[in-house]
Ligand binder design. Structure first.
Ligand code: 5AD
Ligand code: SF4
Length: 590
């Protein structure tokens, strides 16, 4: 049994290889093949084809052994002294793969997907015998879950690595060496560059390689760098139950798909997170059921394009109809067929627990068929909140971005959504200063902000990313100062409009899910309304509308009816009326 385990581990080492030595491995494998199967590979300088063939027997005897390949699966570390363990073991034993109670400190950067990925990585490490610590000083392993979406996100990580380097050097004098790992998008985008630029990094794991973390850390323990940045076509971590942490104790993120096929010209995501793939519906439902049993009151379904969800895992689903895109929208890829779609998933998830709010992010505007809109409208526990990333208000820029819609098609969709879901909250992402954006294009974006009046907005200055279509085909020709000025203008307009929209809710009664004490004042509670806007109200005793028990203060996870008394662009303030349930409130608020 033990033997089988070792062989499996060995073959995994070879197949998945440590990245920095990947090319070495490939070359050697190729030479072996060329001799055995007669396929010709480039010969090393000075060697003649004939010579290679004649000599094969003796060369094979003196050539690299299997253990050579295994040994090459990691790169010796320079500068930072590492324990001299001699040759690394040819394979890793169960004991070496175990965390042996070493303490891991996890730090998350970037989007909500990364928050979820952190918990997936942690779930895998926990099973492998690691402990988690929230105290950096006592950590044996520090893992940064990183983001590559903009230059600034990566710069933050480089800066953090410099701080960690100091900690690592200090640690060398006291206890066992600190191991540092880069996980996620930056590991995927920069690969070897990180290992060679920052000798302080021991482990590199791309977004699809978290299952390999115990092995990578075991290799790192032997004083070598280890990496796995292979992207997968089917990894969804469906069977790895993340140890949940959501925006609050009462809510959790549930990943429903990974990767992206959209290929918007500015975006690095398809390169860092790979092809789009959906998690089987059954495993999502099982996770949501468990969260409901734990008493959680909100789930956010997560993915890069949640509404393009398509579960093709069951043969009987694969004949279902093809995609219906929103009117005036197109895709950069061939229309996909069959599978269980997002409307089905949303329907099923929302039926699990009527007291559990359901949100989703991020969708793409192209996939909003009427049945999704209808469902959001009808189901009390699906929040009437849609993120509809526009990116620009200029059709010309949208085309350069390869978004697959014009401004007119987008605006028509907004009207259709507002008709289908009265009172819906809308949010959006915008990029200021994309390649070729003129002042007129910029004005069009300003006017879109004014026309749509979003409740929430995420605004960014364009940051050129290597590998993307824009990097290869377009010119990053808007001056940095101009990008920033335009960004400022977008922020100002967005705030003005959001303030007007939010002020309209003053005097209304809203259902708020309590998250906890307000960060600004311990006398106030903070929660979120259906539109995901923060609502602050005094922490006082109140009645429960659904029973006649004594008055009590609201706790995280309670629903409270709040009368809104004032509003700003990002927050509402109000007065608590009573505790209640989602179902009771829905009957009352309609
Ligand atoms: N530069 C600036 N913003 C970007 N985004 C994506 N790629 C870039 C980039 N290269 C923004 C988009 C996207 C959000 C997650 O990040 O607005 O919707
Ligand atoms: Fe950043 Fe995008 Fe990766 Fe999320 S998916 S971490 S936003 S690059």
């Amino acid at each position: 049994m033990h033997h089988v385990q070792c062989v499996l581990q060995a073959s995994k080492c070879l197949g998945w290889g440590s990245l920095a030595s990947g090319s070495w491995l490939l070359l050697r494998t190729c030479r072996a093949h060329s001799s055995v199967s007669g396929i010709t590979c480039p010969s090393p300088k000075g060697e003649q084809e004939d010579g290679v063939r004649k000599d094969f027997g003796s060369r094979l005897a003196t050539g690299p052994t299997f253990q050579h390949f295994l040994r090459s699966a990691s790169v010796p570390q320079e500068k930072l002294p590492s324990p001299d363990l001699g040759d690394p073991p040819p394979y890793l034993t169960v004991d070496q793969l175990s965390g042996r109670q070493r303490k891991v400190y996890l730090e998350t950067y970037g989007c909500q997907m990364n928050v979820n990925d952190t918990e997936i990585a942690w779930s895998i490490l926990q099973k492998s015998g690691y402990l988690r610590t929230s105290n950096l000083q006592e950590a044996d392993v520090v893992l940064l879950v990183t983001c590559s979406i903009r230059e600034k996100a990566e710069q933050t990580i480089w800066n953090r690595l410099h701080q960690l380097k100091a900690l690592k050097m200090k640690r060398l004098r006291s206890r066992a060496p600190l191991k540092i790992g880069i996980l996620g998008c930056m590991a995927e985008r920069l690969k070897e560059e990180i290992l060679s630029r920052e000798k302080v990094v021991d482990v590199l794991a791309g977004p699809d390689a978290y299952r390999d973390l115990p092995r990578l850390l075991a290799v790192a323990e032997s004083g070598r760098q280890a990496a796995n940045v292979l992207l997968s076509l089917d990894e969804t971590y469906a069977d790895v139950l993340p140890v949940q942490t959501g925006p609050s104790a009462a809510s959790a993120f549930v990943s429903i798909m990974r990767g992206c096929d959209n290929m918007c010209s500015y975006c690095i995501v398809p390169f860092t997170r790979g092809r789009e793939r959906s998690r089987p519906v059954a495993s999502i439902l099982e996770e949501v059921r468990k969260l409901s049993e734990q008493g959680l009151k909100e789930v956010t379904l997560l993915g890069q394009n949640v509404n393009s969800f398509r579960d093709n895992s069951e043969v009987q689903f694969s004949n279902a109809g093809s995609t219906t895109l929103s009117r005036g929208f197109s895709t950069n890829y061939k229309t996909k067929q069959g599978g269980l779609r997002f409307a089905h998933l949303l329907d099923q998830v929302s039926r699990i627990d009527p007291e559990m709010r359901v949100r989703f992010t991020s969708p793409h505007p192209k996939d909003f068929p009427d049945e999704v809109l209808q469902l959001i409208h009808e189901r009390d526990n699906i929040c009437k909140q849609i993120h509809l990333p526009a990116q620009s208000g200029s059709s010309r820029v949208l085309e350069a971005m390869r978004r697959g819609y014009s401004r007119e098609a987008y605006v028509e969709l907004v009207h259709h959504i507002r008709e289908s879901i009265p009172g819906v909250s809308l949010s959006s992402d915008f990029i200021a200063g994309f390649c070729g954006e003129t002042e007129e294009d910029h004005r069009q974006t300003v006017s879109l902000l004014q026309e749509v009046r979003y409740n929430t907005g995420f605004l960014f200055a364009y940051s050129m990313r290597q590998k993307t279509r824009a990097y290869h085909r377009l010119k990053d020709d808007v001056l940095e100062a101009v990008k920033l000025r335009r960004l400022e203008e977008l922020i100002t307009v967005f705030r003005e409009e959001a303030t007007k929209v939010n002020e309209a809710s003053v005097g209304c009664t809203q259902l708020v899910l309590v998250e906890g004490l307000s960060k600004r004042s311990a006398a106030d509670l903070c929660g979120r309304n259906d539109g995901n806007l923060k609502v602050i109200f005094p922490d006082v005793e109140m009645e429960d509308a659904t029973d006649s028990g004594p008055t009590a203060r609201a706790q995280p996870g309670d629903y409270v009816l709040v009368k809104i008394t004032s509003a700003s662009s990002q927050t509402l303030r109000g007065r608590a009326l009573c505790r209640t349930t989602l179902r009771a409130a829905s009957a009352l608020l309609c």
